[in-house]
Design a protein around this ligand. Structure first.
Ligand code: PLP
Length: 382
């Protein structure tokens, strides 16, 4: 790849660790490297590092530090929230309401509960949207949990979780409301105290922290049965010695990104607008993302060129994009079909997801490469 500028457009999959997170991790690995449970000075220093990160997370979320539980990733946060709620509040009822556009980290745990006898209602988008009314309609006295993502990882579709939460709670105040906020935390403006959310999952590596760390916001008073039993760390909800370097990095990244949220958002809007203009000049490109979606994710299909073929073509030019969801390793996306894409659009879908280091100039190179790829690859078709 020497001599080719490397352009990374896959920030919904993962991000490069930002400088403050790197520094925080190094400090925790080399200076405050004690075990936070140890009673000596080094243990206390490590505990202070974790507490500092917890305060940084609480500030970014708009909650109190004791409402932040550190985990190893958002998949773990989702599993703790869903299985924990189901086990603890089983006596309240038997129904879970979710959507058909969830990430597997929510869809799979819910599926398993269904196999264990829970009644699961999955709401499909209507005309490309999921409305608060659609969700609230499915909530009854028997409903224990509603789990709903905030921003869809494949298309940038925004689900109106704040209004969904309000309507759900109006229908049944005892329902637990869980949000998978992996693709919105530090990117969209939300504060957990401004809407009735009980549980909310976060991933470190989507916000410029390293892989291997996540968090769960758990509203005060909510009890959850843990998945792991052991030393009782993280209020007994996530036993295991805390990964102090990763936690420190997560706190630093959250502070870094949330402090620049508005500027980054404006930048993503510019990038999104420009890429839409450039794609409009390439024949047979259909944009699959909604116009009012999150600006940092743009999904589109190129007629006649399968995603992996275009992906490979761009890769040879030093450009990384994604086909469908990163977690699905190129597997066909059910979410795009749910959002109204035809099978041909699903087969040819490309996801571009921006990071703060992407520039408008980068987009010219990306669009040029897509245009060239379209011309070349269409000619090569049998
Ligand atoms: N939820 C959503 C919406 C995601 O996009 C992802 C990862 O792509 C996850 C959950 C899983 O996050 P993690 O990699 O931290 O387990």
């Amino acid at each position: 790849m020497i001599g080719i500028p490397y352009l990374y457009f896959d920030h919904a999959a993962t991000t490069k660790v930002c400088p403050p997170a790197v520094e925080a991790a190094i400090e925790a690995m080399t200076t405050t490297y004690g075990n936070p449970s140890s009673l000596h000075h080094m243990g206390l220093e490590a505990e202070n590092t974790v507490s500092h990160a917890r305060r940084q997370m609480a500030k970014a979320l708009g909650c109190t530090p004791d409402e932040v539980i550190f985990t190893s990733c958002a998949t773990e946060s989702n599993n703790i929230a869903i299985f924990g709620a189901a086990k603890t509040y089983r006596r309240r009822g038997n129904r879970i309401v979710t959507t058909t556009v969830e990430h597997p980290a929510v869809a799979r745990p819910v599926e398993q509960l269904e196999q264990q006898g829970w009644e699961v209602v999955r709401i499909s988008p209507k005309n490309g949207r999921i409305t608060p009314e659609q969700v609230a309609e499915q909530v009854d006295r028997n409903t224990v949990l509603v789990s709903c993502m905030h921003v869809n990882n494949e298309t940038g579709l925004i689900l109106p979780v704040e209004e969904i939460a309000r309507q759900v709670k109006r229908k049944n105040p005892d329902v637990l409301f869980h949000v998978d906020a992996v693709q919105s935390f530090c990117k969209l403006p939300f504060q957990v105290k401004k809407f009735p959310v009980d549980l909310l999952s976060i991933s470190g590596h989507k916000i410029y922290a390293p892989k291997g760390v996540g968090a769960l916001y758990k509203k005060k008073g909510i009890r959850l049965a843990p998945l792991l039993l052991g030393g009782g760390q993280e209020q007994g909800l996530r036993s295991g010695t805390e990964s102090v370097p990763l936690i420190a990095a997560l706190g630093a990244a959250a502070e870094f990104v949330s402090g620049r949220r508005e500027a980054f958002y404006a930048h993503y809007q510019d990038l999104n607008k420009r890429l839409r203009q450039l794609l409009a000049q390439i024949p047979d490109v259909t944009v699959n993302s909604p116009a009012e979606g999150a600006p940092y994710t743009l999904n589109f299909s190129i007629k006649g060129i399968r995603s992996e073929i275009m992906l490979h073509f761009l890769e040879q030019r030093g450009i990384s994009v994604s086909s469908g969801s990163a977690c699905s390793k190129g597997a066909k996306s059910g979410v795009l079909a749910q959002l109204g894409c035809t099978p041909a659009q699903v087969d040819t879908a490309i996801r571009v997801s921006f990071g703060y280091e992407n520039s408008l100039d980068d987009l010219e190179l990306l669009a040029e490469a897509i245009g060239e790829g379209t011309r070349t690859l269409l000619k090569q078709r049998p």
